[in-house]
Design a protein around this ligand. Structure first.
Ligand SMILES: N[C@@H](CCC(=O)N[C@@H](CS)C(=O)NCC(=O)O)C(=O)O
Length: 235
């Protein structure tokens, strides 16, 4: 969800950001895609969903903003196109690691399933190595500016880093994120401070409320994102 917002900002596409309460899904939303976000609706009412599809829509829609793939800055250039292909392969590698090390499984267990947490903890050095290799001494995977590999990975890394001083501090401690993933922590800091991301970066207070609410659920039951998290912050 967050990934799509970051890409829309980076491509300077004007959009209306609409928050929905996933605890009280509207019928139209359930009918469209079972009530999942993100979802993009054009002014004339056409809808696409699935974050990967909506992100692809954004980078194809306009040349404005940040070029998110190496070839976009240099169409027809062999090296630049190979750069895009290499970046796509890194995304495949990252997704495989997410799967192999049970990232979502551990998160959905609120980092309380010992087996899943252990699997993720064992994989974290590989995520760190992945980050180091792809940064290659630069600020972002894309070099001086973020590119799609950053958009793909940083929203995930952000979830890890936001565990610090959160209601899920147990996860931050169990995974030993600070010591195992210093490169990732630094990358997330730069990402959240980047002028394009900063205004829309995940709000830590809202995220904490979500994590806190999640702890009130039965184990294995996911807390739905709610507008309640926003209300006290606006007040
Ligand atoms: N594959 C979908 C997954 C989207 C997804 O799971 N979104 C969550 C919020 S981050 C959601 O809508 N959850 C509602 C639900 O679980 O009913 C995508 O990438 O767009």
């Amino acid at each position: 969800m967050q990934r799509v917002r970051y890409v829309f900002e980076a491509k300077q596409i004007p959009y209306q950001h609409v928050e929905v309460d996933l605890r009280e899904k509207a019928k139209w939303h359930l009918d469209v895609n079972g009530g999942f976000i993100p979802l993009l609706e054009t002014p004339d009412g056409r809808i696409v969903y699935e974050s990967a599809v909506v992100a692809e829509f954004a980078w194809n829609y306009t040349d404005k903003g940040i070029p998110v793939w190496p070839h976009q800055a240099k169409p027809g250039d062999l090296d630049a196109n190979m750069g895009t292909a290499a970046m796509r392969l890194e995304i495949v590698k990252f997704d495989k690691m997410m799967n192999d090390f049970s990232f979502w499984g551990a998160l959905l267990s609120r980092f309380q399933n010992e087996e899943k947490v252990a699997a993720l903890k064992a994989g974290l050095p590989q995520f760190e190595e992945f980050a180091k290799t792809n940064l290659n001494g630069k600020n972002f995977f894309g070099g001086d500016a973020p590119m799609y590999l950053d958009f793909h990975c940083c929203p995930i890394f952000e979830r890890l880093v936001l565990l610090e001083n959160s209601p899920w501090q147990h996860a931050w401690d169990a995974l030993d994120v600070a010591n195992t993933c210093p490169t990732i922590c630094e990358l997330v800091k730069r990402w959240r401070e980047h002028p394009v991301m900063k205004p829309i970066a995940v709000n830590k207070a809202c995220n904490d409320k979500h994590l806190e609410h999640w702890l009130t659920k039965e184990p294995g039951v996911k807390a739905q994102l709610s507008l309640d998290y926003l209300t006290p912050l606006d007040a």
